[in-house]
Ligand binder design. Structure first.
Ligand SMILES: [Cu+2]
Length: 144
């Protein structure tokens, strides 16, 4: 799928409303939050993904109007050195879940435009061609 980072999200409010109205979704994102750091530092995003369908679904991209770019990263510890690698997709197995959490998978939001305490919209692109709209809570450096 071709990704256009400049795509605006005019229908995000409508998507969020639909998501809420639908109740328990077959592919559900919960506990989404960004860690906002001072200045121009990127903000890391975390959430849980639950796949209640009978087939594999991968998260293949992320977008947000609150970020310049929003990429998927994986933290790793190689010989005592911590590093981050870009990942193109994260598979969520049928009936399973994957956590984006400190020390592992995370979203990396460059040029963040967000205030602590606010909620910002994030759109996650899935391998089946659909997208999930989620509101992420913005927390401070300590995660509170
Ligand atoms: Cu990162």
């Amino acid at each position: 799928m071709k990704k256009d980072k400049n795509v605006k999200l005019p229908s995000l409010i409508a998507l969020l409303a639909m998501t809420c109205a639908a109740g328990a979704a077959p592919f559900e994102i919960s506990d989404g939050w960004f860690r906002s750091l001072p200045g121009k530092l990127p903000a890391a995003g975390y959430f849980n993904a639950q796949n209640s369908t009978a087939r594999e679904i991968a998260i293949v991209g992320a977008r947000s109007d609150a970020c310049g770019m929003l990429m998927m990263h994986q933290s790793a510890n190689k010989g005592g050195m911590s590093s981050m690698d870009m990942v193109n997709q994260v598979m969520v197995p049928p009936g399973g879940q994957v956590a984006f959490a400190p020390g592992g998978y995370h979203l990396m939001c460059s040029d963040p435009r967000m205030k602590i305490g606010a909620r910002v919209p994030v759109l996650l692109d899935l391998s089946d061609g659909s997208a999930v709209a989620v509101a992420f809570t913005v927390r401070g450096a300590t995660g509170k």
